[in-house]
Design a protein around this ligand. Structure first.
Ligand code: ADP
Ligand code: MG
Length: 463
């Protein structure tokens, strides 16, 4: 047998393993997600999913008015934005934002450095505020802070960091109140602004989604990391011992990235990735699904194929041994290559990995690996969403019953078409024809930042 043949066999084995749960397995995973959710709501520490109470008991209604800022700290980028809200009739009158990528050394430095950098970018952005944004005389600017890491909240505008994820490893941030840290850094930069709300990006996306569509009841992030939030009945949260919210509802930040089930199709590549990660044993669902990891999984598969089946010739390409050198946007570009002899794959392999002289057959196999890994991720994400709908009792609604909208934000969902289509079709299949007619999945672009600004408006000190 030629080397190429062995590589094809390896791809087939990988595909079999990754698709192993089948529809039945995905349904089981959905059921387990739903059960883990209930356990996490019953008592802290009872579940892999933390089911964090967010103190958001009302979502935007559309009547919000005034100038509000938001700061969205995700995993790769952070975004500052301002909105001029015009109330029921005029909605978002004007919106401006700026996106800044986080310098890698700040992800592993001190929290004072990270927050200092964020505050300085915010200061520059505030300085650029034009005349068409209006703050009434004598008022302080207000900000919604979207912070996409697990936080235990004590109020709508305070909370301590539980752990860093997504490649952040900052020793001294854990256990600190992130709002206090941001406020301190803003003061140092001379920014006079009050942090009105602290929200997770999932909660921001839920709020931003609801503003545009009143049926939005679930929000999912599929970007650098993955997570979800949804509207829960307050009486279904046994661990909640605060005041019973008037609305009867509470938004829950699931932290679903830490979900685990024995039905998850974990391979040797995933195990090795996890073992060598900054947070071994944690965020296993996230490591199978999110943008930070998909490219890296593909790299690991290709490396093994290079070693054991001479996929790229007699020598193993040196670059292929570098962790995280293949990024998810790269595998997405290769996956979507429609040129007859896969010119984009050829180019990506050359530019990113210094691999030249590949045959079309080899390039096809590379695409196959991207397909296997991306579709496994999309199917698992769909199973997670089905689990939430099940928990809410929205997974079996038929025609004529109230629809449910799922707002999804994040670069992976937005830009990776094969992933997005596979997620949608798998969810439809999981829900069945009748129920899937009452569920709509939609892109909530930039929702996490907009939602935080909207929540800042509804929690303004001037209301
Ligand atoms: P964050 O998750 O940091 O808040 P985003 O929602 O913008 O940021 O998502 C960025 C992530 O989305 C990147 O880390 C990458 O994994 C993924 N991504 C960005 N562009 C693409 C693309 N073209 N194809 C696939 N994934 C992409
Ligand atoms: Mg984000």
């Amino acid at each position: 047998r030629s080397g190429g043949w062995r590589a094809e066999e390896m791809a087939r084995e990988l595909e079999e393993r990754c698709a192993a749960p089948g529809m039945e397995g995905l349904r089981r995973i959905a059921g387990e997600m739903s059960a883990e959710m209930a356990a996490g709501l019953a008592e802290d520490g009872e579940s892999k999913v933390k089911m964090l109470v967010t103190f958001v008991d009302n979502l935007p209604a559309g009547s919000e008015k005034g100038l509000f800022y938001a700061l969205d700290l995700g995993g790769t980028n952070f975004r500052v934005l301002r909105l001029q809200l015009g109330g029921k009739e005029r909605h978002i009158v004007k919106q401006e934002s700026r996106e800044v990528s986080i310098p890698p050394h700040l992800m592993v430095g001190t929290s004072a450095e990270l927050f200092g950098f964020i505050a300085s970018e915010l200061a520059r952005f505030v300085d650029s505020e034009g005349g068409d944004f209006r703050l009434p005389e004598g008022r302080q600017r207000e900000l919604g802070f979207t912070f996409s890491f697990p936080v235990r909240q004590f109020s709508i505008a305070s909370g301590i960091l539980i752990k860093w994820t997504k490649g952040f490893s900052i020793e001294d941030g854990v256990g600190e109140d992130v709002v206090a840290e941001l406020t301190k850094a803003m003061e140092k930069q001379g920014v006079d602004m009050r942090v009105a709300v602290l929200v997770n990006d999932t909660v921001g996306t839920l709020a931003g989604g609801r503003y545009h569509d009143e049926d939005v009841a679930v929000a999912v992030i599929l970007g650098t990391g993955t997570n979800a939030a949804y509207v829960e009945k307050a009486h279904a949260i046994p661990k909640w011992n605060g005041l019973y919210p008037k609305s009867g509802n509470m938004v829950i930040n699931m932290e679903w990235g830490n979900f685990w089930s024995s039905d998850l199709p974990i391979t040797e590549y995933d195990q090795e990735l996890d073992a060598e990660s900054l947070n071994p044993g944690e965020q296993i669902f996230e490591k199978l699904i999110s943008g930070m990891y998909l490219g890296e999984i593909v790299r690991r598969v290709l490396l093994k194929m290079a070693k054991e089946a001479a996929l790229f010739g007699d020598t193993v390409p040196a670059k292929l041994k570098t962790p995280f050198i293949l990024r998810t946007p790269d595998i997405s570009a290769m996956h979507h290559d429609t040129t007859p002899d896969l010119k984009i794959v050829e180019k990506k392999l050359k530019e990113n990995l210094e691999i030249t002289n590949t045959s079309v057959k080899t390039r096809k196999l590379v695409v196959k690996v991207c397909d296997i890994i991306a579709k496994r991720a999309a199917r698992l994400a769909a199973a997670g969403i089905a689990g939430i709908l099940k928990k809410q009792g929205r997974d079996t609604r038929g025609d004529g019953e109230k629809r449910t909208a799922v707002a999804i934000d994040g670069g992976l969902f937005e830009h990776y078409k094969e992933f997005r289509e596979c997620l949608k079709s798998t969810l439809e299949e999981l829900l069945g024809e009748a129920a899937s007619r009452s569920v709509v999945v939609k892109l909530a672009n930039d929702g996490s930042g907009i939602g935080a600004a909207l929540l800042a408006a509804s929690h303004s000190q001037y209301n």
